[in-house]
Structure formats: structure tokens, C-alpha cells
Ligand binder design. Sequence first.
Ligand code: FAD
Length: 588
Amino acid sequence: MEPTASSPAQDARRVVIVGGVAGGMSAAARARRLDEHAEIIVLEQGAYVSFANCGLPYHLSGEIAQRDDLLLHTPGSLAASLNLDVRTGHRVTGINRHAQKVTIQAGEDTYALPYDALLLSPGAVAVRPPIEGLDHPSVHTLRTVPDVDALRDRIDELVATRGHTRPGPSAVVIGAGFIGLEAVEALTARGLQVHLVELANQVLPPLDAELAPLLAAELTAHGVDLRLGVSAQAVRPDGTKPITVGGAVCEPGKGNSPGAVTVTLSDGATLAADLVIVNVGVKPASALAVDAGLELGPSGAIRVDADQHTSDPHIWAVGDAVEVTQAITGARIPVPLAGPANRQGRRAADSICGRRTTPQASVLGTAIVRVFGLTAAITGANQATLRRAGIAYEAVRIHPGDHAGYYPGSEQVHLVASFAPDGTLLGAQGVGRAGVDKRIDILATAIRAGMTADDLAELELAYAPPYGSAKDPVNMLGFVAQNVLDATMPQWQATDLDNALATTLILDVRSRSEYAEGHLYGALNIPHLELRERLNEVILAAGGRPLSVYCASGVRSYLATRVLLSQGFDARNLSGGWLTLTAVHPNL
Ligand code: FAD
């Protein structure tokens, strides 16, 4: 180990990087491209560097068939291509800022390594919820290559020993966030019966509550047993408690695999499982920074400036471990996503190499997940965040086709976007079977550019029938927001239902058959094409009250609202229509 402990060569600057995956490896590669002479040492505590952690769920499912496809580089390939000194199995245990040295544990050996510049990219650590029995060997996490190896081994074993005398293998996934949902999809693809347990009352808590039921329905349609609004309390070896399978109580231990467990929920239910995946979020891996006395933010993440500098001039930090400024609210929080980590790594390398940097922009938290046939994506602030931050906004909802309706295969896209009173776009979310990714990426770009409803309305986007519409859904969001903001179309919200029922006449302008399938109690049904001829009925039924108009998606009721307003009625259109109403009030 002699060369490792030496001082940097006199003429070569030594850059030491802690963490060899997203942010760390991005920084190492950029630093080499900028400085051919620097000595660049990457220290990674795990056995792998530069692996595709975002691809792990897809190897679990079998979609990425070859494990090696996840391993983008090895220390050998990085030495050959970038002349990097990459040391796996080397854990940094301390930083001596005064001496500019890190202490490293490598197997039985401990050594100190001086640095000229130190970059911290240690990532995040999984939050360990207070659940009894989490040390049971059937309880897994999904964060690393060894994690996915262990899960695949367990599933292979379960599938191989599946008999005809007992139910198929089952799993409990605790946490319905992005990675939890990816795990659910993967386990289902491997033939497991999956129970998904989530403390919040909805799946994917960062998604606006009104869109989450779409994902819940998709999960249920694929056989997932959803347990929302409950927490897991205990994981116990099978046999210590009676278990329920499909609602039926079974004898303890009977018919389950070796290693099976029961998971007890806060509502008293017990779930039988052959394996459990816990994924309830992450927190910044800031222990090294804390011990070294680096400044942290209130969130517990490492405080950095716009160049990724920590409070020590010789130390930079990036990735899941640092705090960023959240766009829209300005809050300082960690945002554990691959894109920011990679960009920060590149920026830190620029700064370390004395280059002009592109200062860290505020982070939108743009994220996307596939849930079986659906895609859900978010960018900017969601409505709950805006409310918490006291930021005034108008939310608009549309449910157009992803491409022209007359061209085969058009799928509905459910989009919600929030605008400031001056028209500035603050956030957007989408769920659908096609075209969600491109709309959210456009909207993320629009937020970054500070665009308004007027700007969205004027965006010129590529169109031919298989791809979009002459009025793209993004343009439509702009049009609707313009109408709302300039009072061309006053709207009412699904969350205002009680008030609307109590104080207004509810006017349902859908067809008679749609009305017959379900409608709001007391609603007057006048299909929108008949409205002009039947205004007297509206006057009589309203008795001087304002009108709350709705249709299926908000389009026909917009037309009706315009007719009514022009005739002097006080009318408002339901934002998002019946689709949004039933999502917000599932028991209607
Ligand atoms: P990491 O990439 O996690 O790297 C940190 C490394 O530092 C780790 O390998 C760790 O072992 C090492 N380390 C920590 N402490 C030490 C130490 N003291 N000494 C030496 N080494 C140390 N993001 C997306 O945007 N989209 C996705 O689809 C997505 N999917 C994901 C799926 C999974 C299963 C996981 C786990 C994450 C996913 N992410 C996704 C998040 C994304 O991977 C992270 O935000 C990103 O990797 C963070 O980069 P980082 O460099 O901060 O940390």
C-alpha cells in the first residue's frame, strides 16, 4: 500500500473523490478531461463503481437480462480509458481538514491519503423506519448491485421451489415512492403476488393527490394488493402469528417457504410474504461531513455554494448528500436524483480545475416513473408544496389525447399545471399511457425559462398526427390558464364540492347516457348542445343561485360556461371535469 499513502507528486495536483457512482464518477471523468496531469483517486467503499443504480429495478424484473449491463465501468476500464486510480473496497472513515488528509479503511488496512482537492459524493443512506424485525434475512433494500443479486437469488429460489400445494410466492413492498413502485412492477413481472404498504393515503406522495388514484387503479388491475394509510409495524418469522392469505386465515407456517415472514400492519392486518422490500426514502450521507465539522443546512445535508464548494475551500460536495435550492419555493433541501448529481459532479470538477463554472441552478425535482402501462411524471412544485409555502396559484387540468384523436391509438394524458397569478408556470404533473414524458420535459424546460401561460400558448411544437396535435396538450395548458387568469373561464375546484352543492345549481352538460351512469346529486342535466334552447330551465332551477357547471373533462362545460356567461349568468366551470372530481372524491 506504500504508493497509496504517499504525498501528491510535486508537479501533479491530487484530487481525491469519495464515492464512485453518479456524482463522484461524473466529477472524476470531467476532471481528467480538463487536466491530463492531475492525480485522480476515487475511493468507493462498495465492490462496484459507476454502476447503473437507476437500472437495478429493471434487472430485478429481468428486462435488463445481463447483470453486466449494469456495470458501466470497472476500475480497470477507468484506468485504461481515463487514467483514474479507482479503489473499490476503500471506505473513507475520516477527514483531517487541517492536514488535508483522508483516513481510509481497506479490508484490515488503514491508511491516510493527502489531498489537494477533496470531493465528497457519498450519496444517501436508506431511511430505516421503526419496524420490528427489519434485520430478518428476508427483508431487503434495493439500492446496490449486491441488493439486487440477493433479491434475484431469493426470487429464483422461490420460483424453483414453487409447488402446487401452496400459494405462489408473495412479497410485501413497504413504501410506494418511485423506487418502491419500480420494485412492485419488477416483482409482479417475476410472478410474485405483491402487497404494497404506504403510510400516506396515496401512492407516489409527491404526485398531486388527484392524479394518484389513476396509478392505484393500474396497480390494482395488475393484481397488486394496495394498503394505503397504514404503516408496517413488525416483520416476524413465519409461524409466530397466524397469517391471512387472500383474506383467509391460514395456520402459522403452513404452506410457506423457508424464510417466509408475516408483516403486521398498523390496522391489525397481517400479510404473508416470502420476501420484503423496504423503501421509505433516503437521507443524505453526511456523517463524514459532520465529523469533519463542515457546515450542514437545516435539512441535514451538506451546505454547498453555487460552485459545489463546502464551507472548506479545499472540499467540494455533490449529489444526494448536498442541499440545493428548490425552484419555486426557494427552500434548501436535498433532492436525490441522478440528473442533479451528474451535473453537480461536472460542475465541481470545473471548479476544482479552476474553470468557469455554470453555477448551480435551483432544482425542479423533475422525475418520472413507469407503473405497468402508465407513466407518471412531475416537475416544479406540486399543489401541496405551494399551499405549504403560502404561494398563490391557479391549478388547471386537462385530459387531452397524446396525439390527434382521429389517428389510431390516441391515449388520454392527464395533466395538471399550476400558475402564479401573473401567469408564471410553477409546476406540472402528468399521468397517462403515452406522451407524458415529452410533455413534462417541455414543461420542465418552460419552468426553467420562467415561461408564463402566454408563452406556453405560443410554443411551436412538432406536430404530425401520430405524434401530437396542432394544439399540443402543452399549448392547451397555456390556453386554459389564459382563460382562467383573465376570467374568460371562471372555474371551480373539485375540492370545493361541498360548497358548490350547498350554494349553487350544479349543471351537468354531459350526454343523457353519461349522466345516467353517474352524476352529482341534484344536478340538472342539459347536454351542452341543447343549452341555448333550454336556458329558461336553467333560470327556473337556479332560482338566482350561481351555476357550477361540469362535463367529463372540462371541455364541453367550458363551452357551456361561455354561453351562460354571455347570457348574464354567474357560471363557473369545474376544473378537470368529472374525471378530476371522481379522482378527488373516489366515493362519489
Ligand atoms: P451514489 O450514486 O449513490 O454514489 C455514492 C457512492 O458513495 C456509493 O456507491 C457509496 O457506496 C459510496 N460511499 C458512501 N460513503 C462512502 C465512504 N465513506 N467511502 C467510500 N465510499 C463511500 N434517480 C433518477 O433521477 N432517476 C431514476 O430512475 C432513479 N432510479 C433509482 C433507482 C434506484 C434503485 C436507486 C437506488 C436510485 C435511483 N435514483 C434515480 C437516484 C440516483 O441514483 C441518485 O440520486 C444518484 O445516484 C446520486 O448520486 P451520488 O453520487 O450522490 O450517490
